[in-house]
Structures are given as structure tokens and as C-alpha cells.
Design a protein around this ligand. Structure first.
Ligand code: ATP
Ligand code: MG
Length: 600
């Protein structure tokens, strides 16, 4: 079960991450290869762009999700890369829904993707255009281009069975065999294609294929399919079409119609690049598409350790009830990360810090956690919370303050380096909640917290001296006893007269706020959940969601959902965006203050 492949460590500040794409863009801008590009004000064919003016965008990139699921942290990499390059080089990045497959796509996902990309901090409006596009709006052009290819002898209708087509494709060592339908004339093919479009043939009865080379060493060039017959209702075009373009045919055309200069995709598309160029060069030669044509560049996928990202597996986690939904705070979806409390800036920092390279990378999950800490350290207000509470009773309280019910006002800065955030106020009372682990009947070596005879400071409060504890019949500790040392309140002249080795956090019972807090942790216990063919279900972390009933200081009583805090000593927490209400709090742990998984 052990996984020997090391996860990638965070890039250091001294060595900025390699990003070969910047090199390509700078080369293109420097060499002027992108000059003279026309932009027709929106996507369109060669004539449309020719009628427009010079493109106001120096480069064009795109993020092209298929609206068939929720975006995850891998998509965030692609979003940050594409939108970031456009921003840095005076360009525009399009948000394009690659919705050419009628069966799996839904409006729900379109809306969720728009919301997630906005949340990450990117926008597609520029030069009075929204640059939000749908590939299905290009169906008419795609069909026109198909007819043009047929007329030019570059595509044919193949009526072989699916099995015969597969068998005749050959494999890596065997060249393919020409289809018996390959030698039809353009006129015959055109008639057949129109019959396909007009619904005269059954689903799957025939396909339109490019006519390239059945013996090509690149199997993707062995007459790839361009169109298939599929009677399906499409979310945008309804029942207008019964033939739909294949992804490999549609995608290059989408890029070209939108005037994309740098079409950035993941490595698995490398073998498709020759077809990408073949198709666009032919359509440009036939006068349908404008020059210069888009160029495809591939970069390595980002994989995060302790995470699975394939949509199929994420769906399994949801449908099998392993998580509570797509936005479960343990999910690597952008909605999950958001609900967990991750900030857009932390996700962007993680993505930008990994650059772009020619190999798929495994990034250690701790890089994302550290990015979150770096972002929140300087801005998150501090608060005290007791997550595993046991009462501490200050037995001489009435003697010192004249009344059992006296509450001694205390204060602390909301943030140690940011006085402008003001002060938090809370009360020290006869009974306070402390962490169970802060008391030991018999102190182990080096334990400086509460044990009989020892003195500690209640942080921002007073010094107390432990006198003992109470236990129930099972021997479990039910209360800790101590005496408050007079005149030791923090911020008063007497505070330094008594030296203590330990300071502990606490919340006074007089004004404590009861709240459920969910201690989230990594969803899997193995850095690569599927290493060596293992089923990821075997390594689900049973401790990934632990609900505790905590006591919080009163400054947390009425905070807004999604506000983030550092609970002193415990980590960073967020008010849950779904369940939390001011007055009825629920907090999620985003991450601890230190990496508890290091070395594991
Ligand atoms: P998945 O296979 O994880 O479901 P996908 O590639 O099918 O993802 P798309 O909607 O096609 O999902 O992806 C949109 C864009 O995001 C594509 O350009 C794709 O290359 C990119 N992308 C997806 N996953 C990653 C990843 N792990 N790292 C970098 N880019 C990614
Ligand atoms: Mg895909």
C-alpha cells in the first residue's frame, strides 16, 4: 500500500517556476507573428473578421470547460494559467463552454462554472464584449466547414460498422486499412452527409470522417471521425440537429472562430496537434478561416496529493455518500474548497507557484495549505476557542473579587500586527473553559501547563495556580481546580510580577458562545489515493470530518458567514457558508497552523 513516488515540493522563491508558455508568447509578440490580426467584434469566419478592425487584444486565450460537472482544483490551474497569461500580456481570455456533446451537459453546470471562475477572481468582459461563448453557437459553421471539406475531397461518409472501423484502424504496430467507402466521390459524400443531417439515417449508421492517411504512425490521423448521428436534445439548440461534431473536430474550429492565438491544453492532446493544424490549415485554404491560425500548446496536468479530481470519481464520492455533496468541505471542487474556507488568493498562489511545464506534476497538498496560511496570517482576526472543553474553577474568585458572579473584563487585539482592526472584549469569570489537554494530574517532563502546584497565565487574563481536579466514577476528569493570583491581569502593572512558563487559551463561561465546529482534514490517508491500482475508497480518511461542540469567545457570536479567523493555537476556521447564521454559528476548520502530515 505504501506509495514511494515523492510528491513535488513547493517551488522556492529563489527559483521561479518554469513557464515555457510565457517564452512562447514573448517570442510571438517580439517576432510580430500576431500582428495584423483582425477581430470582428465577436467570433466568426474569415469574412467576419476581415470586416472588423485590428484586434484590440494582443493575445487571446480561452478556458474551455465542458459543462458536465463542477470545476475542481485542476481546472483552477488551467483558469489561472489562461486568464493570467491574457492579463499579463494585454490580452483577453474567453470563457467558452465546450457544449458540443448534447447528452451530458446542463444549465446547472454552466451557472456553477460561471460562479466559480468569478469567485476565483477572473472576468471575461473587455473592450465592450463579454467574451462568454458557447461552442454550440458554432454548429452552423461547423457543418458548413464539413461540407467544404467533403467538396474538397478531404472528408467522406463511412458506413462501416463501428466494429469494422475499429478493426480497420490498426494499432501502434499495424497500419490501418482503407474503408471501402473511402473512394466515394465528393458529390456522393455530400449527398450522404446531407441525408445524415436531414435525419434519414439511424443513429450510428454512418459517420463523417476526415480523409487523411490510414497508414499514419499517428493514429489520430487515420481518418478521424468528424460527425456522428445522434438524436438527442441539446440544451442550447434543442432538436435542431441530429448530427453532432466530434470534440477533436469542434475544438480547433472553436479556437479559430474566436481568434484564439494560444490554445493551451493538457498533455494528453499532444497527439491531436497534427490534426488540429491539418484541419485549420485546410479550412483557411478554403477561405473559411482567417489567418493567423491558433496554435495549440500542451502543458502538464496539476495533480494534488491526497485528492482525486476526475469527474467520474468525484461523482462516485457524492453518489455513494462518502461526502455530503459537491460542495462538501473535503471535496477538491472549487465549491468544496470555497466552503472549506480556502481563499481565491490562496488557490491562485498555489496555481501560479507551479508555473507550466511539459510533464504532469504531483503537488503536495501542503502547498495549498501553506498558501492559505500565507494569505490569512496577515488578515484573519484572532479569536480564542476551546474545542475539547473541561471547566476550570477558580476557587478563590469571591475572595479576590468580592462575588462569585463577578466578571473581570479582558481584551486582546483582533490582530497582533493590525491595530486598526481594534480590540476583542471578553470576560474572565469564576469558571472558564479550557482545553482538556492543558491539564495533567501528573505532568510529563516539559509540560508547562496546568498540573497541581503549577502556575500558568490565562492568555490576556490572569495567572492561576492549579490545585487539583474532580473526577467522575469512571475516573474521567470533570473539572480542574485553581486559584486566581490577584493583581496579575494582562496589561496591568502587576502582570509581570509573577513569572510563568505556560500560557493557555480559555473562554469564560459568563460570555462563552456554544458552537459546533467541524474539524476537517484530508479526505484520503494516502498521498496518491489510486497508486498501484488501489481503489480510492480503501483509503478514505475516517478522521476527515470530526464534529466537536466547542466554546467560542463572544466576538464570534454574530459574525457573517464565510468570515475567516485564526483560532489561536488551533488553526484557521471559517463560518460555514451554508449553515452558519449570525447567532447560530457553525465553523469549519480550514487547516491547522502547522502541517501535521509532514513526512507522512
Ligand atoms: P476531468 O477529466 O478532470 O473531469 P476535463 O479535462 O474532462 O477534466 P474539461 O471541462 O474538459 O474537464 O476541462 C476544461 C479545461 O481544464 C481543459 O482545458 C483541461 O485541459 C483543463 N484541466 C482539467 N483538469 C486539469 C488539471 N488537473 N490540470 C490542468 N488543467 C486541467
Ligand atoms: Mg475533458
Amino acid at each position: 500500500m505504501s506509495d514511494t513516488r515523492p510528491a513535488l515540493k513547493p517551488p522556492t522563491a529563489a527559483a521561479p517556476p518554469a513557464n515555457f508558455l510565457r517564452g512562447i508568447i514573448e517570442r510571438d509578440l517580439g517576432a510580430g507573428t500576431l500582428q495584423g490580426r483582425q477581430w470582428g467584434g465577436g467570433p466568426g469566419d474569415a469574412a467576419h473578421h476581415a470586416a472588423g478592425g485590428p484586434d484590440p487584444a494582443r493575445i487571446r486565450t480561452r478556458f474551455p470547460p465542458e459543462p458536465n460537472g463542477y470545476l475542481h482544483v485542476g481546472h483552477a490551474k488551467s483558469i489561472c494559467l489562461n486568464f493570467g497569461l491574457a492579463r499579463d500580456y494585454g490580452g483577453v481570455c474567453h470563457l467558452r463552454f465546450d457544449d458540443t456533446n448534447p447528452e451530458k451537459e446542463e444549465q446547472e453546470y454552466v451557472d456553477a462554472i460561471i460562479e466559480a471562475v468569478h469567485w476565483l477572481g477572473f472576468d471575461w468582459a473587455a473592450n465592450d464584449t463579454t467574451h462568454l461563448f458557447y461552442a454550440s453557437d458554432y454548429f452552423d459553421f461547423m457543418y458548413r466547414a464539413a461540407e467544404a471539406l467533403v467538396a474538397d475531397g478531404l472528408a467522406y461518409v463511412d458506413e462501416q460498422s463501428a466494429e469494422a472501423m475499429r478493426a480497420n484502424r490498426g494499432d501502434f504496430t499495424t497500419p490501418g486499412t482503407d474503408s471501402p467507402f473511402r473512394s466515394r466521390t465528393p458529390a456522393e459524400n455530400l449527398a450522404r452527409l446531407r441525408e445524415m443531417k436531414d435525419g434519414l439515417h439511424a443513429d450510428g449508421a454512418m459517420v463523417l470522417r476526415a480523409k487523411i492517411d490510414m497508414a499514419s504512425p499517428n493514429i489520430n490521423l487515420r481518418d478521424p471521425a468528424l460527425y456522428r448521428i445522434k438524436r438527442a436534445v441539446h440544451h442550447n439548440t434543442g432538436s435542431r440537429w441530429c448530427i453532432y461534431p466530434m470534440y477533436t473536430y469542434a475544438h480547433p474550429i472553436e479556437d479559430a472562430l474566436e481568434g484564439i492565438t494560444h490554445s493551451i491544453c493538457t498533455l494528453e492532446f499532444e497527439d491531436q496537434r497534427p490534426f488540429y493544424d491539418w484541419l485549420l490549415e485546410n479550412l483557411a485554404r478554403l477561405g473559411l478561416l482567417a489567418h493567423p491560425l491558433p496554435k495549440q500548446y500542451e502543458f502538464g496536468r496539476l495533480n494534488l496529493s491526497y485528492v482525486v479530481t476526475s469527474k467520474r470519481k468525484l461523482r462516485a464520492l457524492v453518489e455513494e455518500g462518502i461526502v455530503s455533496g459537491w460542495d462538501d468541505p473535503r471535496m477538491p471542487t472549487l465549491f468544496g474548497l470555497r466552503r472549506r474556507g480556502y481563499t481565491p488568493a490562496a488557490i491562485r498562489a498555489m496555481a501560479d507557484g507551479t508555473g507550466a511545464s511539459k510533464t504532469n506534476i504531483w503537488l503536495d497538498y501542503s502547498v495549498l495549505e501553506q498558501a492559505l496560511r500565507n494569505d490569512l496570517e496577515g488578515q484573519a482576526p484572532r479569536a480564542m476557542a476551546v474545542l475539547d472543553p473541561v471547566p476550570l474553577v477558580l476557587q478563590n474568585w469571591a475572595e479576590v473579587f468580592g462575588s462569585e458572579t463577578h466578571v473581570e473584563p479582558c481584551q486582546a487585539p483582533a490582530h497582533p500586527q493590525r491595530p486598526e482592526l481594534g480590540l476583542r472584549h471578553f470576560g474572565l469569570s469564576r469558571t472558564v473553559w479550557i482545553e482538556r489537554e492543558d491539564f495533567a494530574e501528573a505532568a510529563p517532563k516539559g509540560f508547562f501547563r496546568l498540573f497541581p502546584g503549577n502556575r500558568v497565565r490565562l492568555k490576556y487574563g490572569m495567572v492561576v495556580e492549579c490545585t487539583g481536579c474532580e473526577k467522575d466514577a469512571t475516573g474521567a476528569i470533570t473539572a480542574v481546580h485553581a486559584r486566581v493570583v490577584p493583581d496579575t491581569k494582562s496589561g496591568t502593572p502587576g502582570a509581570d510580577t509573577v513569572k510563568v512558563k505556560g500560557t493557555i487559551t480559555w473562554v469564560g463561561q459568563a460570555d462563552a458562545v456554544a458552537a459546533p465546529v467541524v474539524l476537517y482534514d484530508r479526505l484520503f490517508t494516502a498521498p496518491q489515493p489510486e497508486a498501484d491500482g488501489r481503489d480510492f475508497r480503501e483509503v478514505v480518511n475516517p478522521q476527515s470530518k470530526v464534529l466537536v461542540q466547542a466554546w467560542l469567545e463572544p466576538s464570534l457570536a454574530n459574525v457573517a458567514a464565510e468570515s475567516r479567523f485564526q483560532f489561536e493555537r488551533h488553526g484557521y476556521f471559517v463560518a460555514d457558508r451554508e449553515v452558519h447564521r449570525p447567532g447560530a454559528p457553525l465553523f469549519n476548520r480550514i487547516t491547522t497552523l502547522k502541517d501535521g502530515w509532514a513526512g507522512g
